[in-house]
Write a protein that binds this ligand. Structure first.
Ligand SMILES: [Zn+2]
Length: 78
């Protein structure tokens, strides 16, 4: 229902909709070459630091990048 409304609104605005599974997006390293997933990546609610490769950044940004990667919309963090 919600996705149907969202899709209609997106089409009305001349945009497309690309749903992405949200599971573990905030616990997964946004570096595509790494992609380590684990609760140990989250230092605090805001802070993300990959336990495998050391990538650090805001947890919400990494989560958004991961959702975008799954939807095929954005490039991964280098
Ligand atoms: Zn990593």
């Amino acid at each position: 229902m919600f996705l149907g409304i969202l899709e209609y609104r997106a089409e009305s605005a001349g945009r497309g909709l690309a749903p992405a599974a949200p599971r573990d997006t905030s616990r997964t390293c946004p570096r595509q070459a790494c992609g380590h997933t684990g609760a140990d990546n989250r230092i605090t609610r805001e802070e993300f630091r990959c336990a495998r490769c050391g990538y650090a950044g805001h947890a919400d940004r990494g989560g958004a990048v991961n959702a975008g990667i799954r939807a095929g919309l954005v490039l991964p963090v280098a």
